[in-house]
Design a protein around this ligand. Structure first.
Ligand code: EPU
Length: 417
């Protein structure tokens, strides 16, 4: 088993270069199979979620070439085989193969995807979208057979602005006959990034980034070169870390506009930042104040940053509150923060954090990806040694986390026990 061992209490300074966005890359890779030609995607993060998607591509017989941060995918010789549970369960985003294979072949068979246990995570809206496009769905023992004689355009209203459903419906609709309109679509930057890839391949998608996306179906898609946007959640995690224990930490290669909900909350707490065109410089403030945060779909405060932010709120003077409105089980980091010395209570979907509290190292468990990020930050703040188990969750989403933290002066090691 891998663990992270952190000696906390150090002031960090230097530059962290942010990688390509996990939640974009995991959709761009399945999207690429819709093309009949070569698709090159660069700035792909080297994380285990991407390894898992490449394993699925190899299983399907697509040609995949990976060289440092780029991936070249040729889906010409591919076969539409069922994706076994052992592969789909490794990550949530395997569900993008539902939309992509349905769009390419009109048929897909796969098991329900895996991913972090942060809620029930239904896929009813994805399925509703596929049905509206003309597909029939058979579900047995968590295995889905989704099949359409011919996909056709449709008007689809999403009851919840779901990131996954918005992208999956776009993937299934790009080659459907006629026009599809997705209303109450999610507006996350990752959706714009996927629509841009599809448009570069020859699709006709307008409105991505707004709540109405229009897709005029095309008969074929070609090759292209595309870049993954910077990871706003990785950037936000390091920004929060800088506010906890930094002295001029530069978060580089980012789109600051994607982080506005976070930067405005940090400012409210008293954190001073220099915000440049593609970087933010942050230091730990003297006496940060308690704040209230409510997670919301983009451009609201990202649920994925709520867990890392909780570690910072233990430093703030007064009672901070976090309302988690997206996932019903996203406070699993809290008992472990309390073991480190935090004073956090949870009632329903609200966490109340009383601060400031001093943290002291102990052994804790990364129950999911962002819980793990929260514990890494807390471990770096805490006096003494913090050991984090279940590190696999963290490595699914943070590229070279040990190297990036070591570069800014952290004492952190990955060990096999
Ligand atoms: N929902 C439904 N039905 C559906 C789909 C979603 O009710 O068919 C609900 C969910 O239960 C949730 C809300 O809609 O309450 C939003 O879910 P969404 O579909 O937007 O989430 P997702 O696509 O499964 C992505 C990210 C998550 C991130 C959420 C919200 C990927 C691979 N995952 O998940 O990222 O928390 O959007 O922004 O893009 C992470 O990176 O740690 C992570 C969990």
């Amino acid at each position: 088993m891998k663990i992270l061992e952190i000696e906390g209490g150090k002031t960090l300074s230097g530059t962290v270069r942010i990688s390509g966005a996990k939640n974009s890359a995991v959709a761009l890779i399945p999207a690429a199979i819709l093309s009949d030609e070569k698709v090159t995607i660069c700035n792909v993060p080297e994380i285990t979620d991407i390894d898992a998607l490449c394993e699925i591509l190899n299983h399907l017989g697509a040609q995949v070439k990976r060289a440092s941060e780029s991936i070249v995918i040729e889906a010409n010789g591919m076969k539409n085989k069922a994706i076994p549970a052992s592969m789909s369960k490794k990550l949530r985003a395997s569900y993008y193969f539902m939309g992509a294979l349905l769009g390419k072949y009109g048929k897909v068979k796969m098991r329900f995807p895996g991913g972090c246990s942060i809620g029930t995570r239904p896929i009813n809206l994805h399925l509703k979208g596929f049905e509206a496009l003309g597909a029939k769905i058979l579900e047995e023992d968590n295995c889905y057979l989704i099949e359409a004689e011919k996909l056709h355009g449709a008007n689809i209203y999403l009851d919840t602005a779901s990131v996954g459903a918005t992208i999956n419906i776009m993937l299934a609709a790009v080659k459907a006959k006629g026009k599809t309109v997705i209303d109450n679509a999610a507006k996350e930057p990752e959706i714009v990034n996927v629509a841009t890839l599809l448009n570069n391949m020859g699709a006709k998608i307008t409105g991505a980034g707004t709540s109405t996306i229009k897709i005029q179906g095309v008969s074929s898609l070609g090759g292209c070169f595309h870049e993954v946007i910077p990871d706003r959640i990785e950037a936000g995690t390091y920004l929060i870390l800088g506010a906890c224990c930094g002295n001029h930490v530069k978060i580089d290669n980012i789109i600051p506009g994607h982080l506005e909900a976070l930067t405005s909350k940090l400012e409210e707490a008293g954190v001073e930042m220099e915000i440049g065109a593609d970087f933010i410089i942050v230091s730990k403030p003297e006496h940060p104040k308690a704040i209230q945060v409510r997670t919301q779909p983009y451009p609201g405060f990202a649920t994925d940053l709520q867990q890392p932010l909780t570690a910072f709120l233990t430093l703030c003077d007064g009672k901070s509150k976090i309302d988690e409105t997206i996932w019903e089980n996203r406070f699993m980091h809290v008992p472990y923060l309390n073991q480190l010395g935090a004073d956090i209570r949870i009632k329903n979907q609200t966490a109340t954090i009383k601060g400031p509290t001093e943290l002291v190292g102990t052994t804790v468990v990364a129950t999911d990806l962002r819980a793990g990020a929260s514990l890494v930050i807390a471990g770096l703040m805490a006096e003494g040694i913090t050991k984090i188990t279940n590190v696999e969750h963290i490595l699914r989403g943070y590229e070279q986390i040990v190297e990036k933290l070591t570069n800014i002066g952290a004492n952190i090691k990955e060990r096999e026990i």
